[in-house]
Ligand binder design. Structure first.
Ligand code: HPA
Length: 271
């Protein structure tokens, strides 16, 4: 399964990661701050989806955070770029096949309801994915997981508690919330945000849930953190812009990076 891809990566590095990290908006620099052992450009991997979004590099960075071996996706692809869901989650499956057992997902998201302010970080405790197709649609890949995987506990409670503890060490209380994935690339309308709020969503974005589903399917332990980069559509009089989202994510990045690094290091000590 995916031999051509695994072989192409293994020609460049035999590094075996324990923790996989997907970096969202504003966080790309984290990959340059670890103890790097190898870098593989998505361009050099056959059949690999390449990000078309400005500000998203496209490469795997292998290395250590503390003593934890990690693989970092510096740049992800999104459904709105035109790729099928199966392609969007391919890098997640590849990181699992390279050895990663734990997946840490990050993103920038719009906050829904007035509990969250721009600049807040939110731990994802559950998700809503009805607005995008499942990445598991199509013939099941039996080697990865079962046809009808359970999604009762996608986000691992032990990992969540570690992240909260590490944030607490930095003096930050992390809220927990429900993240909804939409198709994008357009932001939502105020009416759509009201609907999402009624459905129980606390944050909305254009990534992450499909990756979490694919990771859960193939037996990874999953956690996710959103950086609330803006209040969702209709909650203020301001129109939404990608630039504002990026600026807010950049501003929250130092704290976000510290929490990710501390958590990844602690994940390395898990049985
Ligand atoms: N909506 C969807 N995706 C987002 C948003 C938003 O408000 N902010 C950052 N990503």
């Amino acid at each position: 399964m995916f031999e051509n891809i695994i072989n192409a990566i293994r020609e460049k590095t035999d590094f075996v990661p324990r923790v996989a990290i997907v970096l969202g908006s504003g966080l790309g620099a984290l990959a340059d701050e670890i103890s790097i052992r190898a870098v593989v450009d998505y361009n050099d991997i056959p059949d690999f989806p390449i990000s078309t979004v400005e500000g998203h590099k496209g490469r795997f960075v292998f290395g250590y955070i503390g003593s934890t071996p990690v693989v970092i996706m510096q740049g992800r692809v999104h459904y709105y770029e035109g790729y099928d869901m199966e392609k969007v989650v391919l890098p997640i499956r590849i990181m699992k096949l390279l050895g990663a057992e734990i997946l840490m997902l990050t993103n920038a998201a719009g906050g829904i309801g007035f509990d969250l302010d721009p600049g807040d970080l939110m731990i994802i405790k559950d998700h809503i994915s009805f607005f995008v197709p499942s990445p598991l649609r199509g013939k099941n890949i039996e080697e990865l997981g079962v046809r009808f995987p359970d999604m009762t506990n996608v986000y691992d409670r032990e990992l969540i508690d570690i992240i909260k503890k590490k944030a607490g060490d930095s003096g930050v209380f992390l809220k927990e919330g429900i993240y909804a994935q939409t198709c994008g690339p357009n932001f939502e309308t105020p009416a759509e945000i009201k609907l999402l709020e009624k459905l129980g969503a606390d944050a909305v974005g254009m990534s992450t849930v499909c990756e979490a589903i694919a990771a859960k399917h193939c037996g990874m332990r999953v956690c996710g953190i959103s950086c609330i980069s803006n209040l969702a559509a209709g909650m203020t009089d301001e129109p939404l812009s990608h630039k504002d989202v990026q600026e807010a994510a950049d501003k929250a990045a130092p704290l976000f990076k510290r929490i990710i690094k501390a958590s990844a290091e602690a994940f390395g000590g898990l049985k």
